[in-house]
Design a binder for this molecule. Sequence first.
Ligand code: LLP
Length: 435
Amino acid sequence: PDTVAVSIEDVLHIAGHSLPALAQEYGTPLYIFDRATIVNACQRYFQTFERHYQASSVRILYASKAYLSPLLARLLSEQGMGLDVVSGGELTVAQRAGFPMERVSFHGNNKSAGELKLALQLGVGRIILDNWNEIERLTRIATELGVTPSVLLRVAPAVETDTHRYLQTGHASSKFGFPLHNGEARMAILRILGEGKLRLAGLHAHTGTMLRETRPYEESLQRLMALATEIYADTQWWPEEVCPGGGWAIDTPDQIDIPSLDLLARALQARMQEAMASVTQIALPTPTLVLEPGRSIIARAGVAVYSVGALKATPAGVNYLFVDGGMADNIRPALYDALYTALPVERVTTQGAVDYCVSGRYCESGDMLINNVRLPDMREGELLLLPLTGAYCLPMASNYNLVPRPAVILVDEQGVQVMERRETYDDILSRYQGL
Ligand code: LLP
């Protein structure tokens, strides 16, 4: 990955910082984010899509569930990104970090009345409606507060994706959105327009994550535009914006063949043009294209650094390498069979010699970070780096076994900023009563 550079002293560096020095100062496990890689990823989205659309007709929202901190929110805001949040917690982090609320979209399939009220009070830009209860709930709260929020309708477009079953979200029986094919999406739109209490700004679909092809995006966009055209004929309503979601894949150790983002931009532009061509009898504006990348913005920017604590060779020939983190800071291998690779931090030029099973410190056999990786023979106290751990590791972290969560830092050539200090026993104990 871009983030890791080898120095002449043969220890890994990021943005000019020696990793052993960072590990010494901040301890391990340590998650390190590289500012330049985040900025590059944002710029790549803008530049690629603005090559095919006018700047004003594309909006890029970062899906903050992939990782969020106040410092990151501020950095993304400077980059001109919007933000997709899915809870009152993410919303509050964004707001306290000073993120412009009009650039925030509030997602989720079960937003509570309290969360919706908070979103309206803070003035979030869009609320994405997922189901009938939510339409009613938001309508009631908006009426009480005397506001008319801008909403998008989340549609389940019945688009299949070639990804892990837990990572599919757009199929016909998805838990997310209004089904398209039984007419519910259409009915929901007619109801919102008929009642006039919510301002319907557009349509939304998200089909899954780790998508390696443009097809699901193209199918979603086609179906959303076809739905819009059908609704237009009946009501003269036309979407200001259409969002086919996020989900663009990143390279993984087993697959490094992700098509270029340019291919996605071109494919979506072609589908948009086709859809617009089919409604030219009336001059309608082309809806703004909204995208919600999470992983493809942040995954490459983050690495995890662990210390090797113990080694064990089993009689059956498994060479365990135990590190001081594991499933509580990265549950993705256990949950999705996600593949990671590892690099020794201090001996980068040594050829691999041993096949290791990198396992964590947690009391579970499923606490496996990497089933098999070839490394030089490692010793207690050495550092191990896992690249591509910037997305969906920390946000899904837990206090399993009551182990404090890792420290998280943001680095650039100028210096180091602590995004999250290492959790302490006092932090953990502070929520318990009775001491
Ligand atoms: N938009 C919506 C509505 C979403 O539900 C998601 C992800 C995204 C955008 C961003 O998708 P991305 O570009 O990051 O793929 N915990 C899983 C990933 C769950 C993603 C859920 N939704 C993992 O670790 O792989």
